[in-house]
Design a protein around this ligand. Structure first.
Ligand code: RNT
Ligand code: ZN
Length: 421
């Protein structure tokens, strides 16, 4: 497609949207301000750089063995740079503590410091991107019987409390250095495979552990804390200490953020409906946008109805400024750079779709009880010339239009990924 064709298609599209009272230029302007926190762990199958030799476990599972996984921090950074060259806008990189660079020395997780993230910070600064962080409560010998912060063993709890504190401090150093607040998100796998005889004590221990982690005062301009609930995990099918109710109450009572992960609920339960409920009581939330297929399988995010519902809730509710949108999936059966590009572009498409909806008219119809008009317009929305708007957006943001990004990824695979053996 030529630039002229792109522009003509865009102009006609804008006219169609204007008929619905939608200002496409204003929508696009809004979209350029959104930074998606793109998860580092799609690039290397959640392995990190501690060289434990093990693949994840502790409630997480990655399947597939597509060649070209990033094996070093430099490879991961290079792969991510290739991905963001194909994604419109300026985004963030979401690290896990297990991606620390310890220069070949074994540094345990209770001894990590900002010095182990100095390469990440320097790189992010040079690329003008923000960083986020997650303490890593899995793939470690001190996850004993699937337990960390809820362990009945005080020494185990102490180890993991220290890890949490270290990560918050690292987060603050990152946020300060980059001038962009770091979100430190805590998820633990703790639970029971079979019916527990005591659901209470682990949760009481978890509150105590969390309170110890969050006790040190940290400047909220540098680091924000969030907690991530879950319904169940592999090997924790019967009980998860950090359930939704648990962390929702925790976040509200302690003033942390809450992370809603799209894969962490019953298969027919959507996080879209939770956003306005939770944001009525919390100033800010974080999202792990994911795609569960039958279970929390963490498939690459596609442009599904539930993704669109999430974006609509954020945009239509006026919550863009209060929602930290992050991605969380890991598919090792396809090109990992492509997985980043596909999922992030879909997240952005969903946001742009929501931003170009005739929301003023929809809300007006609803207010006056005219549900016929509401339904009619919601259906008309679906066939507006969105493709022309998205293509034009990619073009003006200097990234490939349409499927042209795929050839770039294929070239990178040939030149770089396929040589990794
Ligand atoms: C696990 C949680 C958690 C992880 C990442 C790797 O179910 O979703 O967010 O996926 O931290
Ligand atoms: Zn998650």
């Amino acid at each position: 497609m030529t630039t002229k064709q792109l522009e003509t298609a865009y102009r006609i599209a804008c006219e169609r949207y204007a008929e619905h009272g939608v200002n496409v230029e204003a929508a696009i302007k809004k979209l350029t301000t959104v930074a998606i926190s793109i998860h580092c762990w799609q690039g290397d199958d959640v392995r990190g750089f501690e060289n434990s030799g093990t693949s994840v476990g502790d409630g997480l599972a990655v399947t597939g063995n597509y060649p070209g996984r990033a094996r070093t921090p430099d490879e991961l950074r290079a792969d991510f740079e290739q991905a963001i060259a194909l994604i419109p806008g300026t985004h963030r990189f979401n690290l896990h503590a297990s991606y620390a660079e310890t220069g070949g020395r074994r540094v345990d997780r209770d001894a990590l410091g900002a010095e182990h993230f100095k390469n990440w910070i320097a790189w992010a600064k040079s690329r003008k991107i923000g960083l986020d962080l997650n303490p890593t409560y899995f793939s470690h010998p001190k996850v004993v019987g699937g337990l960390t912060l809820t362990s009945p063993d005080k020494a185990i709890r102490r180890f993991w409390i220290e890890h949490g504190i270290r990560c918050r401090e690292i987060g603050a150093t990152i946020g300060k250095a980059l001038g962009k607040t770091c979100l430190t998100n805590l998820w633990i796998p703790d639970g029971m495979k079979d019916t527990p005889s005591d659901r209470r004590a682990p949760r009481e221990r978890l509150v105590e552990s969390l309170d110890a982690i969050f006790a040190p005062k940290i400047d909220r301009r540098h680091n924000l804390d969030s907690v991530e609930p879950k319904l169940f995990g592999i090997g924790a099918e019967s009980y998860t200490a950090g359930s939704h109710e648990f962390y929702l109450a925790y976040a509200v009572s302690r003033g942390t953020l809450l992370t809603l992960d799209a894969g962490h609920y019953h298969p027919t339960e959507c996080i879209s409906d939770k956003i306005s409920s939770v944001l009525t009581f919390l100033p800010e939330i974080a999202l792990h946008v994911s795609r569960g297929v039958r279970w929390d399988s963490d498939h690459v995010v596609t442009l599904t109805d539930s993704l669109q519902a999430i974006a609509q809730e954020i945009v239509w509710g006026g919550y863009l400024g209060r929602t930290h949108i992050g991605l969380d999936y890991f598919d090792a059966s396809i090109n990992r750079v492509a997985a980043w590009v596909i999922g992030t572009r879909n997240m952005l498409k969903a946001l742009l779709l929501a931003l170009t909806a005739p929301i003023a008219r929809l809300k007006q119809a609803e207010l006056t009880g005219d549900y016929t008009t509401r339904l009619a317009l919601m259906e008309e929305m679906k066939t507006l010339p969105f493709g022309a708007v998205w293509d034009h957006y990619c073009h003006r943001m200097g990234v490939p239009v349409g499927a042209a990004w795929l050839a770039e990824v294929q070239g990178y695979e040939k030149r770089v990924l396929s040589l990794r053996g």
